[in-house]
Design a protein. Structure first.
Length: 66
């Protein structure tokens, strides 16, 4: 298990890549952006981005309204 920070909360995960983690937590619904350790990461690279100890992930989801 790796200890990371996700949206400001400390969590442990056994997932191997960022996309698998976000899918397991149902954070890939609709439009979203992902920042890892302060860098914006394109969605196309999330499956190729391994989770590492101490990684900080921020997920922002767009919410429509008017």
């Amino acid at each position: 298990m790796l200890n990371i920070t996700l949206n400001g909360d400390a969590i442990s995960t056994g997932e191997s890549n960022v996309l698998a983690l976000l899918e397991s937590l149902e954070l890939t619904q609709g439009r979203f952006a992902v920042e890892i350790d302060g860098n914006l990461v394109p969605k196309s690279r999330l499956a190729d981005t391994p989770i590492t100890q101490g990684m900080s992930i921020e997920v922002v989801q767009a919410v429509g309204g008017g």
